[in-house]
Design a binder for this molecule. Structure first.
Ligand SMILES: NC(=O)c1ccc[n+]([C@@H]2O[C@H](COP(=O)([O-])OP(=O)(O)OC[C@H]3O[C@@H](n4cnc5c(N)ncnc54)[C@H](O)[C@@H]3O)[C@@H](O)[C@H]2O)c1
Length: 316
C-alpha cells in the first residue's frame, strides 16, 4: 500500500492523475493538496470519498509539511500555470511556482518522502529553433512562467544531488482533455476551442494559427507521471519531455474539430501573445527509453473524447 500526495490535485491534470492512482491495484491512499485557486472540488466529485483533501496553499510551509506526513510519493503539480498571467501579474506566479515548489521539496525531504515527481514545462525551451526539442538543449525561457518552471527543475535536481531526495521532472507540452477549465482569461487553447465549437461561435486565435504545438492527451500524461514515480537508474534527478512527439498547428486542430462536429466556423485571428513560442514538439526518445513512455492517444481520438466530455458536462 502506497501513500500518494498530489499537489494541484483539484486541477485539470492533477484530478486525472488522482483518478488513475485510485485505479492502481494495492488499495493505495491518495491525498490532495490544493488551495483551489484555479482548481475545483467538482473535478474530484466522483472520487471525493476516497481522497483526503488538504485545502492548503503551497506557500504555507507548515501546512505543506503536515499534509506530506507519511507520504511515499509526491506528485507536485500545484502552480499558477499560465504564461500571460505570469507577465500580467508576475509576483504571485513567482511566489507559488518557485517558493511554493521549494516548500514542497523541503517538506518532502523532511518527511523522508521516497520520490517527488514534478510537473515541469516545455515552455523552458522558448524559441530554440531546433525541432523536436531534446532535453539537453540549452533552455531559453521567454516568460516569467517558463523561467519559474525551469527553476523548479533545477531545484528538483539539486534536492536529489545535495539531499538524496529522489526526483523526476517531466516537461509537459500542451496537455488537453476533460476538465480543462475554459472559463478563465488564461484558459488553454483547446478548452476554448471546445467551448466555441459547442456554442457554434468563432474562437479567436492569437497570431496566424500556423504556430504548432505537441498536443498531449491528459491520460497519457497521467500515465507517464505514474511511470516516472517508479522508474529507476538514470531517471532519478533527471528531466524528461512528456509530449507525444507530434506537432499540429492551431489551424489544423480547429479544422479537425470542425470535421468531427460537421460544422464550418471561420476563426477570428488576433494579435500574437507576448511570451508565446512559435513551434513546439517533443523528442520522446529519452522518456521512452528511461521511463517506458508509451502515449496511446492520437490527436483525433483525444479530441473526440475531450469533446464528448465537454458536451456531457454542459448537460450535467
Ligand atoms: N496544461 C498544460 O498544458 C501544462 C503544460 C506545461 C506544464 N503544466 C503544469 O502542469 C501542472 C498542472 O497544470 P493544469 O493544466 O492542470 O492547471 P490547473 O490550473 O488546472 O491546476 C493547477 C492546480 O494548482 C492549484 N494551485 C495553484 N496555486 C496553488 C497554491 N499556491 N497552493 C496549492 N495549490 C495551488 C490550483 O488550484 C489547481 O488546482 C502545473 O504545474 C503546470 O505548470 C501544464
Amino acid at each position: 500500500m502506497k501513500r500518494y500526495v498530489v499537489t494541484g490535485g483539484a486541477g485539470f491534470i492533477g484530478s486525472c492523475l488522482v483518478r488513475e492512482l485510485l485505479a492502481l491495484p494495492g488499495g493505495n491512499q491518495v491525498a490532495v493538496v490544493d488551495n483551489l485557486l484555479t482548481g475545483h472540488r467538482k473535478n474530484l466529485d466522483e472520487v471525493k470519498d476516497r481522497v483526503t483533501f488538504h485545502e492548503v496553499d503551497i506557500c504555507d510551509l507548515a501546512g505543506v509539511r503536515k499534509a506530506l506526513q507519511g507520504a511515499d510519493t509526491v506528485f507536485h503539480l500545484a502552480a499558477i500555470p499560465s504564461v500571460p498571467r505570469s507577465i500580467n501579474d508576475p509576483v504571485p506566479s513567482h511566489e507559488v511556482n518557485i517558493n511554493g515548489t521549494f516548500n514542497v521539496l523541503s517538506a518532502a525531504k523532511e518527511n523522508n518522502v521516497r520520490r517527488v515527481v514534478y510537473a515541469a514545462s516545455s515552455s523552458a525551451y522558448g524559441d530554440t529553433l531546433v525541432l523536436p526539442k531534446v532535453e539537453d538543449m540549452q533552455p531559453k525561457p521567454k516568460s516569467p512562467y517558463a523561467a519559474q518552471k525551469l527553476m523548479g527543475e533545477y531545484y528538483c535536481s539539486v534536492f536529489t544531488s545535495c539531499f538524496g531526495l529522489e526526483t523526476v521532472a517531466l516537461r509537459f507540452f500542451n496537455v488537453y482533455g476533460p476538465r480543462q477549465d475554459p472559463n478563465s482569461p488564461y484558459s488553454g487553447v483547446l478548452s476554448l476551442f471546445m467551448k466555441h465549437l459547442i456554442a457554434r461561435t468563432q474562437p479567436t486565435i492569437h497570431g496566424d494559427g500556423e504556430q504548432t504545438r505537441d498536443f498531449t492527451y491528459v491520460e497519457d500524461v497521467a500515465g507517464l507521471l505514474i511511470k516516472a514515480s517508479e522508474a529507476q537508474g538514470a531517471a532519478i534527478g533527471n528531466t524528461y519531455n512528456a509530449g507525444n512527439g507530434n506537432r499540429y498547428s492551431l489551424n489544423m486542430v480547429w479544422d479537425t474539430l470542425q470535421k468531427i462536429e460537421g460544422v464550418s466556423i471561420t476563426p477570428n485571428y488576433g494579435d500574437s501573445r507576448a511570451g508565446d513560442v512559435r513551434d513546439s514538439q517533443a523528442s520522446t526518445e529519452a522518456a521512452v527509453r528511461d521511463l517506458g513512455h508509451a502515449p496511446r492517444f492520437t490527436l483525433e481520438e483525444g479530441l473526440r473524447r475531450t469533446l464528448a466530455w465537454y458536451k456531457s458536462d454542459l448537460q450535467a
